[in-house]
Design a protein around this ligand. Structure first.
Ligand SMILES: *Cc1c(COP(=O)(O)O)cnc(C)c1O
Length: 406
C-alpha cells in the first residue's frame, strides 16, 4: 500500500480539487478554513515587517494585496489548470470574470499593440476588446471562426500582435477552436495565447497543456457552480510573465474578491470534477433527446456526432460539458418554450447545479447588431441551455412538455 505522502505527491484531479491549497488553522484546528474577514493584518514588530517585505513569510499586510482565502482559491485553480504540467502555473483570483479578462489584456498589451480575437466571444469580452481597449491605443481584428489560414494572414500583416484571444467552446454557438493549432501559429509570430476556459473548466480541458500561455475564467459559472457569487481567475503557465506583467495589476486596479466570496467559491470548487461528469452525462442525454424532437430544427453540442467539430472535441476535451444550444423555427416558438418550462429557470448565466434556459437574441446577445448576430448563427429561434445536475429524465420531461406546446 502507498503511504499518505506518496499518494499526496501526485493525487488524482478529484483529490486535488478537494485537498490542494487548503488552509489548516493551527490554533483552532478547525477542519474547514475560517473566513478571514479583515481589511488589514497586524505585525508583531519592525523585523516582521522587513521579513514580510523580503518575501520570507507567508504573512499578509492588507486585503487588497492578498489574503488567505484568496491565496487558497488561487492556489487550487492553478493546481487544476496545471494538472499535467511538470511545474504549477501561477494564478490570481478577481472580483469578476471581466476583471480577470481586463487584467490579463491590460498586462499583456500596451499602447501600439494589437489583439487578434475570435469573432464569436462572450459579449462583454468582445466589448472590452472592440470598444474599451482602443481608447488606450490597443487595436484589434476579429477572425471568423478562428480560421487558421486567416489567422496566419492577419499575424503576418500585423507584426505588432501581442495576443491571440480565444474562447472554446464559444458562447452561445458551441463552436470550437483548435487550441494547439492556434498556439503553434501564434507562437511562431511571437504572440501569446489567452484562452477563456469558462465553459469547459480544467476538468474537461486544460489549455496550458496544449501550449496556451494564459487561461482566464469566470468562476461565477462552473468553478463556483451554485450561482452564489461573481468571480474570476487568471492562470499563467510562466511565473515570470505573471510577476512582470499581471501580478501588480490586480493590486492596482483593485478588482479583488472578498474573503467570503473566495471561501464559498473554494467550497463549490471541491465538487467540480464530480459535477462536470454529471453535467456532461446529462447534457448528452438532453442533446440526444432534443435532436430527435419534431419541433427542434438543430442541436449544437460538441458531444453529438452531428457536431461539425466532434472529432476536435474528442481530441482536446475529456468530456463535452453541460452547455448546448438548440434551434426552433423562430422567435414565436422560442417564446412558447420559454413560457412553458417549469423546472428550467429562465435566466442568463450558466454552470449552476440547476438547469438554466435563455434566449441569446433577446438576452445575452441582445447588444450584438442583428446582422452580425445572424451571421454568427445566433438566430431568433436559438435557445441556450445550461444543463444542470438534476435527474436527466426530469429535465427531458420538462423540455418535452414545453416543446409539445408549439
Ligand atoms: C460569464 C462569462 C464571462 C464574464 O464573467 P463575469 O464573472 O460575469 O464577469 C466571461 N467569459 C465567459 C465565457 C463567460 O461565460
Amino acid at each position: 500500500m502507498k503511504n499518505r505522502k506518496e499518494i499526496m505527491k501526485k493525487p488524482e484531479l478529484a483529490t486535488t480539487a478537494i485537498h490542494n491549497s487548503e488552509i489548516h488553522d493551527k490554533d483552532t484546528k478547525a477542519h474547514i478554513a475560517p473566513i478571514y474577514q479583515t481589511s488589514t493584518f497586524t505585525f508583531e514588530n519592525f523585523q516582521s515587517i522587513q521579513d514580510y517585505q523580503n518575501g520570507n513569510t507567508g504573512a499578509h499586510m492588507y486585503t487588497r494585496g492578498s489574503h488567505p482565502s484568496r491565496q487558497a482559491l488561487a492556489g487550487k485553480i492553478a493546481a487544476l489548470e496545471s494538472y499535467d504540467l511538470e511545474q504549477n502555473g501561477v494564478a490570481e483570483v478577481f472580483s469578476s470574470g471581466m476583471a480577470a479578462i481586463s487584467a490579463a489584456l491590460m498586462g499583456l498589451c500596451h499602447a501600439g499593440d494589437h489583439i487578434i480575437a475570435q469573432d464569436v466571444l462572450y459579449g462583454t469580452s468582445e466589448h472590452l476588446i472592440a470598444n474599451v481597449l482602443p481608447n488606450y491605443g490597443i487595436s484589434h481584428s476579429l477572425v471568423k471562426n478562428m480560421d487558421l489560414s486567416e489567422l496566419k494572414t492577419q499575424l503576418k500583416s500585423r507584426p505588432n500582435t501581442t495576443v491571440v484571444y480565444i474562447e472554446t467552446p464559444a458562447n452561445p454557438t458551441m463552436f470550437l477552436v483548435d487550441i494547439a493549432a492556434v498556439v503553434e501559429i501564434a507562437h511562431s509570430h511571437g504572440a501569446k495565447v489567452i484562452v477563456d476556459n469558462t465553459f469547459a473548466t480544467p476538468v474537461l480541458q486544460r489549455p496550458l497543456s496544449l501550449g496556451a500561455d494564459i487561461v482566464v475564467h469566470s468562476t461565477t459559472k462552473y468553478i463556483n457552480g451554485h450561482g452564489t457569487v461573481i468571480g474570476g481567475a487568471i492562470v499563467a503557465k510562466n511565473a515570470l510573465l505573471f510577476e512582470e506583467r499581471i501580478a501588480h495589476i490586480i493590486k492596482t486596479i483593485g478588482a479583488v474578491p472578498s474573503p467570503f466570496d473566495c471561501w464559498i467559491t473554494n467550497i463549490g470548487l471541491k465538487t467540480l470534477p464530480l459535477r462536470m461528469e454529471k453535467h456532461s452525462q446529462n447534457a448528452l442525454e438532453v442533446a440526444s433527446f432534443l435532436e430527435q424532437h419534431k419541433n427542434v430544427k438543430a442541436v449544437s453540442y460538441p458531444g453529438l456526432k452531428s457536431h461539425p467539430q466532434h472529432e476536435l472535441a474528442k481530441k482536446q476535451m475529456s468530456g463535452f460539458g453541460g452547455m448546448l444550444a438548440f434551434e426552433l423555427a423562430g422567435q414565436k416558438e422560442a417564446a412558447i418554450v420559454l413560457n412553458n418550462v417549469r423546472l428550467a429557470a429562465l435566466a442568463v448565466s450558466l454552470g449552476n447545479v440547476d438547469t438554466l434556459i435563455e434566449h441569446p437574441a433577446s438576452m445575452t446577445h441582445q447588444v450584438v447588431p442583428e446582422e452580425i448576430r445572424l451571421e454568427q448563427g445566433i438566430t431568433d429561434g436559438l435557445i441556450r441551455l445550461s444543463v444542470g445536475i438534476e435527474a436527466a429524465s426530469d429535465i427531458i420531461k420538462d423540455l418535452d412538455q414545453a416543446l409539445n406546446k408549439i
